[in-house]
Ligand binder design. Structure first.
Ligand SMILES: Nc1ncnc2c1ncn2[C@@H]1O[C@H](COP(=O)(O)OP(=O)(O)OP(=O)(O)O)[C@@H](O)[C@H]1O
Ligand SMILES: [Mg+2]
Length: 362
């Protein structure tokens, strides 16, 4: 993103000391318009968006609908177009064609979206010489927060990322993970209705990454969050829905259950028995009894993948009371009775497997 994105941030920062007066004026203007966008069911709509750099389509005819109050994941390998999409949603870049609507406004309507949109850019840099507190107070003012409240709101945001002791620390003296959390605090300042987080946990230690996930989950319902990450189990945990991108194109989108087929199949990890004379196999260990499993009334297909040591069972969810838990119970009962060793059970094929299936082709 960079060039245009950097320019946009600098332009925002140039607005200077007239900020409070301007913000008050704009608030009054926005109130007069009284557009009830915040209660709209759709928070972000991306329609046929293409972004071209030179001859390359970084984003290629992308359409998405992101529902208000949800956590939405943007997934894809390096270069898939996630950051470019974030930059367009944040108003840092304009689409080459197509349109984006955030809370009813085009993202370049800075005044209309002030205080409603929080952004954590992927490669955000902090002003090295500013103290953390000073930086956050400045950012709060830019978000349109009145100066009498700015310090308190900045402290609240810093506390939310567990950085309350850094208020007087120079930004240039923060570690990578600490700087990332200060950027996250900046994105959450003032409770914006839409929060865009491009790789919020990249480079964080596992405990802090866990805490950031709790922050994201805690905001569910209160605002709409769009999150990218290369940690797919993390996205599976926090997201309600997601889009999988590859080379700028949308490969799949839907709720997390739809993407992982969690409502259609269950998988049992059944380690294969050693070949030849069954040396080392526990006494009585057996292969999955496929016939008995296929005879279960809710089961439509059951296969055993020898190579992966995985039993895959599809079920008919249109039947009353049939869900993954019922199928797991019925199949486990059969497996246990046959003394089959089981080392894990998952609903669906897992997000990682789905992303691999959709994006690994050269
Ligand atoms: N300012 C730019 N000028 C030229 N090409 C760009 C620019 N920004 C992005 N691209 C190209 O657009 C494509 C998408 O890049 P983008 O940064 O959106 O990917 P990404 O999905 O965020 O990847 P990553 O996981 O590595 O962050 C890449 O091929 C990249 O080289
Ligand atoms: Mg990126």
């Amino acid at each position: 993103m960079a060039a245009d994105g950097a320019e946009a941030s600098v332009a925002a920062g140039d607005e200077g000391s007239a900020e409070a007066r301007l913000a008050a004026k704009l608030d009054a203007k926005a109130a007069a318009k009284a557009k009830p966008v915040e209660s709209a069911e759709v928070a972000i709509r991306v329609q046929g968006v293409t972004k071209t750099f030179g001859l390359k389509n970084a984003v290629d005819d992308l359409s998405l609908v992101i529902h208000a109050g949800s956590v939405f994941g943007l997934i894809g390998p390096n270069g898939a177009g996630k950051t470019t999409t974030f930059s367009m949603m944040a108003g840092y870049l304009n689409p080459s064609s197509g349109s984006i609507d955030v809370l009813g406004f085009s993202p370049d309507r800075v005044e209309d979206l002030r205080g409603k949109l929080g952004v954590l850019p992927q490669d955000a840099l902090l002003p090295a010489n500013d103290r953390v507190g000073e930086f956050l107070v400045d950012m709060a003012r830019l978000q349109g927060i009145a100066s009498k409240d700015a310090t308190r709101r900045a402290k609240d945001a810093l506390e939310e990322v567990d950085g309350q002791t850094w208020w007087g620390v120079r930004c240039g003296a923060l570690s990578h993970g600490m700087a990332k959390r200060v950027q996250l605090a900046q994105a959450l300042l003032g409770d914006p209705k839409v929060v865009l987080l491009d790789e919020p946990t990249a480079g964080l230690d596992p405990r802090i990454a866990y805490e950031v996930r709790q922050i994201i989950k805690g905001r569910k319902g209160r605002c709409t969050l769009v999150v990218s990450s290369h940690n797919l189990s993390e996205l599976e945990e926090v997201c309600d829905a997601a889009a999988i991108l590859d080379r700028g194109r949308l490969m799949a989108s839907g709720t997390m259950s739809e993407l992982t087929a969690a409502t259609e199949e269950v998988r049992f990890k059944v380690p294969p028995l050693p070949a030849g004379p069954i040396l080392g196999a526990p006494e009585g260990a057996a292969k999955p009894p496929m016939e008995a499993i296929r005879e279960l009334p809710m089961v439509t297909i059951a296969e055993y993948d020898d190579e992966r040591g995985e039993l895959i069972v599809h079920f008919d969810r249109s039947k009353p009371d049939v869900d993954a838990e019922l199928v797991i119970g019925a199949v486990l009962w059969i497996l246990v009775q046959q003394r089959v060793r089981i080392s894990g059970v998952t609903k669906g094929r897992g997000l990682e497997q789905r992303v691999m299936d959709l994006t690994d082709k050269p």
